[in-house]
Ligand binder design. Structure first.
Ligand SMILES: NC(=O)c1ccc[n+]([C@@H]2O[C@H](COP(=O)([O-])OP(=O)(O)OC[C@H]3O[C@@H](n4cnc5c(N)ncnc54)[C@H](O)[C@@H]3O)[C@@H](O)[C@H]2O)c1
Length: 353
């Protein structure tokens, strides 16, 4: 394979849990990416990470990493409440940012990051590796070729029957540290997958309800977030999406048992005037002379989604490609999440202006 002659981008990973490890794991496959540093307050995690992935430097305080002139870009894998301060501090010292999902805790924070990155000519990129899976890329190819016709509806689903995450110190279930529960944790993935397949139309209004019914299933000291959310979102092109997400619920047996979280279904189905796509397993249902036929679809390859995402981030920094997970979309995604919470609190459909 022809190697890129571009100057390597030196990357610091902040937060060395599972997502930090995934970004580090794929770095050596990208010729112009170097793992320059890592940071984590947890000594044991940081040391294990450093032994496995061998960054040049390792810090407990992420501010020291940010002020290291050898670092060009950071990947923020901290608990949600630190996404905004860490991303902003990174942009302020001239580093490009790839931040784990959710981009921020709310849209106001995300707008600040977007403005700061734009003003400084830096890349702000939100992590959504599921935009790069083989099924997603094949589905996007069919849609780009016009095979779905006009897309008017999508169903976005990520439900678990027994899958409430903990995180270090139980932060996932505490609103001031997480920003929310199942919606902002896994609902954001489901919504983004459907929205991305639909071509990221502009959201205009939301009707939603969130629920907290299953906090007794875990021992977390604070549990003040929703464990389920249901939403109906309208877009400016007339299309709509139905979102269904839960960490816990008494799910029926047509939803299969998963490996870790009880029953689990994580899927997107996108409906068009000429055909429909379901992501998992990737399936294409096409109108052929009035009959709905199942058309086999080949997956493009089995390339690693974290690797493709990081490659796109590096290419966006180098000016060789547009950022696929860009800051404008991060703002609109957060607008939808904020509106879901607002609609649920008010019991009414709320506009997004
Ligand atoms: N893309 C995905 O599929 C995916 C999957 C899991 C988690 N995530 C996201 O990644 C983020 C981290 O999730 P997690 O499951 O790894 O959480 P976690 O609690 O397991 O890990 C967070 C890490 O951050 C460290 N940390 C906390 N405060 C710090 C500070 N001030 N300075 C330095 N280090 C600090 C902790 O010690 C810990 O190692 C969350 O935003 C989560 O939503 C994304």
């Amino acid at each position: 394979m022809k190697r890129s002659k571009a100057k390597p981008i030196n990357i610091g990973i902040i937060g060395t849990g599972w997502p930090g490890q995934q970004h580090a794991r794929v770095m050596s496959a990208i010729p112009d990416a170097r793992l320059a540093a890592c940071a984590d307050l947890d000594d044991a995690r940081r040391k294990e990470f450093a032994q496995t992935y061998a960054p040049a430097k390792s810090f407990s305080d992420y501010h020291e990493l940010l002020h290291d002139p050898a670092v060009d870009a950071v990947i923020v894998c901290l608990p949600n409440f630190l996404h905004f301060p860490a991303s902003l501090a990174a942009l302020e010292v001239g580093k490009h940012v790839l931040c784990e999902k959710p981009p921020t805790m709310n849209v106001a924070e995300m707008k600040v990051l977007h403005e700061e990155a734009t003003r400084r000519g830096l890349v702000y990129y939100f992590s959504r590796q599921f935009r790069f899976t083989p099924a997603m890329r094949a589905a996007k190819g069919l849609i780009a070729a016009g095979r779905l016709g006009h897309i008017y509806h999508a169903r976005a689903t990520w439900v678990r029957s027994r899958g409430i995450p903990q995180g270090v110190g139980g932060w996932f279930t505490e609103k001031k540290r997480s920003g929310g529960g199942a919606l902002i944790d896994i609902g954001v993935h489901a919504l983004d997958s459907a929205w991305y397949l639909m071509g990221t139309p502009r959201p205009v209004s939301v009707s939603a309800q969130v629920f907290r019914n299953f906090e007794h299933l875990v021992q977390d000291p604070v549990f003040d977030v929703e464990d389920a959310a249901y939403a109906f979102i309208r877009f400016d092109n007339g299309a709509v999406v139905q979102l269904e997400t839960s960490w816990a619920g008494n799910l029926p047996d047509d939803i299969p048992m998963g490996q870790y979280f009880g029953r689990e279904l994580n899927n997107s189905t996108v409906y068009g005037t000429k055909g429909t796509i379901r992501l998992k397993p990737l399936s294409f249902f096409e109108d052929q002379n009035g009959a709905v036929e199942t058309v086999p679809v080949e997956l493009p390859d089995d390339a690693d989604s974290f690797e493709l995402q990081l490659r796109n981030f590096i290419e966006a920094i180098s000016g060789r490609a547009e950022a696929i997970n860009n800051a404008t979309q991060a703002v609109e995604l957060m607008e939808m999440l904020d509106a879901i919470y607002a609609s649920s609190a008010s019991g009414r459909e709320v506009p997004i202006v």
